[in-house]
Design a protein around this ligand. Structure first.
Ligand code: NAG
Ligand code: NAG
Ligand code: NAG
Ligand code: NAG
Ligand code: NAG
Ligand code: NAG
Ligand code: NAG
Ligand code: NAG
Ligand code: NAG
Length: 856
């Protein structure tokens, strides 16, 4: 029996090779390891299907030469156990399962077989049991993040064999036993976090960790001890946290020797005697927290502005000291603003500019996961940050009056640095949408480069009040909620992604090796591999074979940009390949940026990018193939599909949602530039998908907008305002969409016999008559198949607002979607059936309603 199955399998394999003889198969042993991994998960990514993970873009899986080299699945709500079969992935370099709190059970004992592993990031999961002894075999391991799990037992001694470790985080677990003295062998360590466990015994001598920047051993049940003298030999130490570990006795002056020391937290111990920084103490020292100890005296340093907290110490019971700053229980407020703004407050959510004008600034929060300084009493770094922001936005194209930062905070217990940013509009009360996007894009594309001590960042923009929806209907709520949800997801994903890279980068710097992460450094031009969510890099040969050498028979269309070919992957999946014609291709960096951005576009109503090819001077984009062809095909009767009134409404809604997603939720936003019925495709269930936005204009790229001399678009759909002014905005897409809405009524191309549907409808319509007296324009197929056209008049009104001559008068796509939804409700249709909410997280989006994960 099984041999028969084997034969069938081989035949299938041969057949597929015949169709497309490229070796895009995942190494069979890797493929079965991933299948085993998946089978232990009760929730896994929806795209994890088929038998060829490398060939069919399993999300988060990266391959090289058919071997799996990286699994990055942060924050995907995965659930289940980590299969021991993962150890078969012998080429795996990165395993990142950050923030999947429902991943539980023990770590596989044989995890040490992953000999190539450099990053093992399981922070914020629910793993329990012991850290496997085999961890000591991971010789290449650089970053080990196990923080925030439920791990128990002792730290295995073998961990000290992982000599390449630079970042070790075991904090916030339930580990017991002694802190092993052998950790002192990990001399490359940069960050060591052991806080909030149940360690006992005393601190071992770690004097050899001379690269250590952060030592955090807070909140463990250690035995009473003096402050160890070896700490003063940690010459790179910048942050020392030893809160609540039963330290007693005096604080040696030598503790403050490390020249880079900035932050010392020794709260809740039993330290006594007099606090004295001596004369030779660190000139970087900023913040010393000794709250709740037995300190009896304080020799204040003469001219060093160190912020000291001695509240709840005997010294603060003395009457002369009670009012002193050092006896206050909390850090001083960091609610200062740079520059300082001395104006009376404004109303309606407006904020004063430094010149005291009340305006709507763009606001948002910068999150720095790993700044290489701590303590905020010295403003120098923040003044520098503000200056760089002001420099960036002073270019007139941003129309910016001023930039301010304020509300500088450190989160607890994970010690992130948060800073609020305000960008004020110049001469006006608010930015227009293009201006807003222009500003936000500087952050989302990481064009803004903060001073290096801040490290990489995440920017999360707040909703911009002028555009946050005046008419607060329930639908607005959904869209805003979804936008926030997507932003949060993106934030978490980005934090997780950046963290590992940044830690490694810091480590590289510390050990004096070359920095391979030129990505963060704009002055280096070397291009590293694009960071793609599930999109695959195809070789030219692969795509050539999949399309029978780009044969005419497989050419399914073309446009100004190039030709589109149909192809078939070895897995049997159909694909559409968009091949740039020579001369219309862009620069390397632009192409790389573009595919990075497009690979993040995931929505049920947008055709999905599966991969790309950047090989032999070719630039190709590989999309999913949509079987029922374009809306034009269906309207013209070519595809044999009958579109009744309700189907047309659903198509309008679906394509509207896709477009609204590109405008409002894609990051950065994307203007399609060529919305027409030919670019709206219908899948097997007639769900509309917006196509051909690839290589379209990204919003917030004003340089290019202004230099564009060639107006792109298709006659009949072209926004007259754009045509005349050359200024491209989202509203140009809204115009094209309005034409498509009319086309859905007439079933004909927008310009027939020299007559333009927009003008004809405007001219002919008579609001006092039923169906606005437009019967003669209607596609006979609607009338034949539909009977009553409920909501018709509202639909026509909406379409005509979309084709207003002036962009400002046209609704946004978000508003269009809302209105079509209410038309559908009027007709008695549920707008949410057969189509998901207007935005979903990237996993959910491609699947639509129902369980976004494989197992239903
Ligand atoms: C697949 O990987 C295994 C190691 O796990 C290796 O022994 C085998 O040769 C690989 N197969 C192919 C076809 O590369
Ligand atoms: C440490 O990593 C480097 C590559 O980054 C590797 O060449 C070296 O062998 C590793 N060290 C050990 C002890 O494995
Ligand atoms: C620490 O460094 C000293 C001097 O470099 C060396 O003699 C000692 O063996 C090292 N200790 C450990 C545990 O590596
Ligand atoms: C740590 O290093 C010392 C000397 O460098 C060595 O004697 C000891 O065996 C090492 N310990 C471990 C657990 O590797
Ligand atoms: C810590 O170890 C170093 C060498 O590794 C040694 O020189 C030093 O005296 C030790 N310090 C203490 C306090 O044990
Ligand atoms: C400080 O604490 C140590 C240990 O608890 C104790 O021996 C010593 O007498 C105390 N010193 C003062 C001045 O209280
Ligand atoms: C900090 O700011 C809050 C209000 O934001 C205020 O209530 C508090 O008194 C301030 N604390 C200090 C120490 O200034
Ligand atoms: C606000 O006041 C402070 C001192 O009170 C002054 O230094 C600063 O320049 C003022 N800021 C502005 C924008 O006027
Ligand atoms: C503040 O920090 C900067 C750079 O880190 C340093 O040059 C300066 O001396 C510090 N100022 C004070 C008052 O400590």
């Amino acid at each position: 029996m099984s041999s028969k199955i084997g034969v069938v399998y081989i035949l299938l394999v041969l057949l597929l090779f015949k169709i497309c003889s490229v070796s895009a198969f995942t190494n069979i042993s890797d493929a079965s390891a991933l299948q085993a991994l998946k089978s232990e998960w009760t929730r896994y990514p929806e795209s994890w299907k088929g038998s060829d993970p490398c060939g069919t873009s399993w999300v988060g899986v990266t391959c090289s030469n058919d071997r799996v080299i990286s699994i990055s699945l942060a924050n995907l709500n995965l659930e289940g156990k980590l299969s021991a079969d993962i150890s078969a992935l012998s080429e795996l370099q990165i395993l990142d399962l950050t923030s999947n709190s429902k991943l539980s059970g023990p770590l596989p004992p044989n995890i040490g077989n992953l000999k190539k592993l450099t990053t093992l990031n399981l922070m914020g999961c629910g793993f329990s049991g012991q850290i496997p002894d085999s961890i000591g075999s991971l010789e290449q391991l650089n970053t080990l993040l196990f923080d925030g799990n439920q791990l128990t037992g002792k730290i295995p001694n073998s961990l000290s064999l992982v000599k390449n470790l630079t970042v070790l985080r075991l904090d916030r677990n339930k580990l017991i036993g002694d802190i092993p003295p052998s950790l002192n062998n990990l001399t490359d360590l940069f960050e060591l976090y052991l806080a909030s466990n149940r360690f006992t015994g005393s601190l071992p001598n770690l004097s050899n960790l001379t690269n250590l920047h952060t030592l955090d051993v807070s909140n463990n049940q250690l035995t009473f001890s003096l402050i160890p003298s070896w700490i003063s030999s940690l010459t790179s130490l910048s942050t020392l946290r030893m809160e609540g570990i039963q330290l007693e006795g005096p604080i040696p002056i030598s503790l403050f020797n490390p020249i880079q020391l900035q932050t010392v937290v020794l709260k809740r111990n039993q330290l006594n005697a007099t606090l004295d920084f001596g004369t030779s103490s660190s000139n970087q020292l900023e913040f010393v927290d000794l709250q709740t100890n037995g300190i009896t005296g304080y020799n204040q340093p003469a001219n060093k502005p160190i912020q000291v907290i001695l509240a709840d110490n005997p010294v603060c019971k003395e009457s002369g000291n009670q009012q002193s700053d050092f006896c206050k229980a909390s850090q001083s407020n960091n609610s200062f603003s740079i520059p300082q703004i001395n104006c009376s407050s404004c109303s309606h959510g407006k904020e004063p500019t430094p010149a005291c004008r009340c305006v709507y600034p763009i606001t948002g929060t910068l999150t720095f996961r790993s700044p290489s300084f701590s303590g905020f009493s010295n403003n120098t770094n923040f003044i520098m940050l503000q200056k760089e922001l002001a420099d960036l936005f002073k270019d007139p194209k941003y129309q910016m009056e001023a930039v301010a930062i304020r509300n500088i905070k450190e989160t607890s217990p994970d010690h992130h640095l948060l800073i609020e940013v305000l960008v004020f509009p110049l001469g006006k009360e608010s930015f227009d949408e293009t201006g807003m996007n222009r500003v936000i894009t500087e952050f989302s594309t990481h064009n803004f480069d903060p001073p290096s001590i801040f490290g990489p960042y995440i920017f999360k923009a707040d909703l911009y009040i002028p555009f946050s929806g005046g008419s607060a209907s329930s639908n607005t709520g959904i869209i805003i909620g979804a936008a926030v949800g997507a932003a949060v997801l993106l934030l978490l994903l980005t934090i997780a992604g950046i963290y590992a890279i940044w830690q490694k980068k810091r480590a590289e710097r510390a050990t004096g090796r070359n920095n391979p992460f030129a990505k963060w450094n704009k002055s280096k031009s070397s291009l590293d591999a694009p960071r793609l969510m599930g999109a695959k890099a195809f070789t030219f040969e692969e795509l050539k074979k999949c399309t029978e050498n780009f044969s005419e028979a497989n050419n399914v269309g073309g446009g100004g940009y190039g030709q589109v070919y149909k192809g078939i992957l070895p897995s049997g999946q159909l694909i559409a390949i968009k091949r740039a014609q020579q001369g219309s291709s862009q620069g390397e960096l632009e192409f790389k940026n573009e595919i990075e951005l497009l690979s993040r576009v995931h929505h049920k109503n947008v055709v999905r990018l599966l991969g790309f090819c950047f090989d032999r001077n070719e630039q190709m984009l590989v999309y999913e193939y949509i079987p029922n062809g374009s809306l034009t095909d269906s309207l013209s009767g070519k595809s044999g599909i009958v579109l009744d009134w309700t189907r047309r409404l659903r198509i309008a809604l679906g394509s509207g949602k896709g477009l609204a997603y590109l405008h409002e939720l894609a990051d950065p936003p994307i203007i399609h530039r060529d919305i027409k019925s030919n670019n709206i495709l219908l899948d097997e269930s007639l769900t509309a998908k917006v196509a051909d936005f690839g290589l379209s204009k990204l919003v917030g790229d004003p340089e290019k907008v202004h230099v564009t001399t060639q107006v792109k678009g298709t006659m009949g759909y072209l926004d007259p305002e754009y045509y005349m002014t050359n200024q491209l905005t989202e509203k140009s897409d809204v115009y094209g969409f309005g034409v498509v809405m009319l086309e859905l009524l007439t079933g004909k191309s927008p310009i027939v016999g020299g007559k333009y549907v927009v003008r004809e409808v405007q001219r002919k319509m008579d609001k006092s008559r039923s169906l606005y007296d437009l019967q003669e324009f209607l596609d006979p197929a609607i009338i034949a198949s539909s009977g009553n056209l409920k909501g018709f008049e509202t639909y026509v009104d909406l379409a005509l607002r979309c084709v207003e001559g002036e962009g400002l008068k046209r609704p946004t796509m978000g508003e269009v979607v809302k209105e079509i939804e209410s038309i559908m409700q009027l007709v008695g249709l549920n707008p949410n059936i057969d189509s998901a909410t207007s935005s979903r997280t990237y996993e959910e989006a491609s699947k639509g309603s129902g369980d976004p994960y494989g197992k239903q």
